[in-house]
Write a protein that binds this ligand. Sequence first.
Ligand code: TRP
Ligand code: SF4
Length: 327
Amino acid sequence: MSSSKVILSGMRPTGFLHLGNYLGALQNWLELQEKHRCFFFVADWHALTTEYEAPGRLKENINEMVLDWLSSGIDPERSVIFRQSDVKEHAELYLLFSMFTPISWLERCPTFKEQIRELEGRELYTHGFLGYPLLQAADILIYRAEAVPVGEDQAPHVEMTREVARRFNHLYRRIFPEPETMLNEYPLVSGLDGRKMSKSYDNFISLSDEPDSIRQKVKMMVTDPGRVRKTDRGNPEVCTVYSFHRLTGGEDIDRVAGECREAERGCVHCKSLLAQNIIEFLAPVYSRRQELLKQEGYVESVLARGAEKARSAASRTLEEVKGAMGL
Ligand code: TRP
Ligand code: SF4
């Protein structure tokens, strides 16, 4: 992609982020903001579609997540960083889209069917939850975004966004581009226990972990289960510690693998090397965070400025849409 594009992506506010989120999504955003006009936002209305009964820590979650974005280097001077609920234009566009979007599009959306099944016992046959992908289409199209970096699970929503854009352009006039999906390249980040790194498994290293806590967590990582004594030869391919060396290790990787296979390296030593590598890998994030924490109200002020910029882009699109729809 050579020329500069309008890029938009969002995350539901899940609170502080972990290393998997960083490698899977944020690193991608960091690259994109170098070249493109980027909009990055917190999808707080989307959070309410499933958490409406217990919004609880919504505000804290937003704050923690945005602080992680900023600590990672997402730059408010380059990118527009904002909170969805601050830009009411999303809601108005969503309402207008709802006039011509067939319910069948929403009912057959794979994420809708899946979540209804998975979150059994929760009342999710709500208007808001059914409309989730349509709100997402409004998030994207209100900035006439041309590309949307997301994980694979979100691809059906971007697909539906293209259908909504097509239908609008066909019914009224051509206002919207059909945005492409840019799949995040997800390096498989396993958790401390070898399963996928996830907040719901409580097996993660977070971006905001202190060095000491990183050391503790690395100590808990599972190693090659077949290697009982230090004199046993190990197999790094089945070892969680080694999979992390691969992500952060640089020149240590081959040496670690070789010494493990020859039983020349003990797991305790291997883990302390890894902890050190992760701490160094996250050091820039850590030190930026310490700086940002000194500025009281910083996240709020970034979000306020971002909302203003977002609103001005969003309201232009909305005026055109209203005109096209006869309002
Ligand atoms: N649904 C996305 C998720 O759960 C978050 C999101 C909302 C989003 N609106 C968006 C992502 C628009 C990309 C573009 O991860
Ligand atoms: Fe894993 Fe390292 Fe132990 Fe080998 S030496 S099993 S790579 S922790």
